[in-house]
Design a protein. Structure first.
Length: 249
């Protein structure tokens, strides 16, 4: 068995509306080892799964997540903006922005699937989001292998303070010197690194390859190179494609 895992980015966002239950279900059907998703906090303190700080790009709503209640956000469609996708069906319009609780409940039938929760805490300081995410995971994600990641290092370090047993990973979009030192000094379990950084200078990361999850690798070339490097995981918009190439190894 090839050691590199395949994680579906926001589900299978290359083909389905990102960060929706539909997208997660389809990625699971395709056979992913893990799922990546993004969390933000609503005005009434609910943890919702959506990439942007605003509703505008991925839903037919508008404005900041932090300014709307969950009930208000749920009125909008998270599928209606994806009519250009080849697989688009009018049924996609009933997809709503899911809560983290709903995704954790969906995953209860799939205990082997790893979950990467990206804390979108680099733009707004969502007060209390770390505590709320841990509470939800304790209630609905028991026993699941969960990796918390963020571009905002304090957010994942706070999670580790709140619960020393959590697995944390720092998201990196520019090269860092001596990556192993970051892993050791900050107590990280992994680095989640932009593909261009790894593919440009894999030798710099040779000591951390087993701790690397690489995003967002979508082309055949990128996927094959990362399989050659045997990184821990490939995070991709097209998990079916990555799973196919892995099956050929
Ligand atoms: O977790 C990897 C990747 O999702 C980070 O970037 O902008 O797609 O959330 P972004
Ligand atoms: Ca993300």
């Amino acid at each position: 068995m090839h050691p590199t895992k395949v994680y579906g980015h926001r589900g299978a966002m290359g083909e389905y509306p990102e960060n929706t239950l539909l997208s997660f279900e389809q990625a699971i059907l395709q056979g992913v080892d893990g799922l990546e998703l993004d969390v933000q906090l609503t005005k009434d303190g609910e943890v919702v799964v959506i990439h942007d700080e605003m509703l505008d790009r991925t839903t037919n709503g508008t404005g900041f997540i932090k300014d709307w209640t969950l009930g208000e956000i749920k009125q909008y469609s998270a599928g209606a903006n994806f009519t250009k996708f080849p697989k688009y069906k009018p049924e996609w319009e009933i997809e709503a922005v899911p809560t983290l609780q709903e995704v954790l409940e969906l995953l209860q039938d799939h205990p082997h699937i790893e979950l990467n929760i990206e804390m979108k805490t680099n733009h707004f300081r969502y007060e209390g989001i770390e505590e709320k995410v841990l509470e939800l995971v304790n209630l609905y994600g028991e026993g699941r292998n969960i990796i918390y990641s963020s571009f905002h290092l304090p957010s994942i370090l706070k999670l580790k303070v709140l619960d020393p047993f959590v697995e944390i990973a720092w998201l990196i979009h520019q090269p860092i010197p001596h990556p192993n030192e970051y892993v050791e000094i900050f107590g990280l379990e992994a680095l989640h690194v932009a593909k261009d950084i790894i593919l440009a200078s894999p030798y710099q990361y040779k000591e951390t390859l087993k701790r690397l999850r690489v995003w967002t690798a979508n082309s055949t070339d990128e996927i094959k190179q990362l399989l050659d490097l045997q990184v821990n995981a490939i995070i991709t918009d097209y998990p079916e494609k990555a799973l196919f190439f892995r099956s050929e190894r």
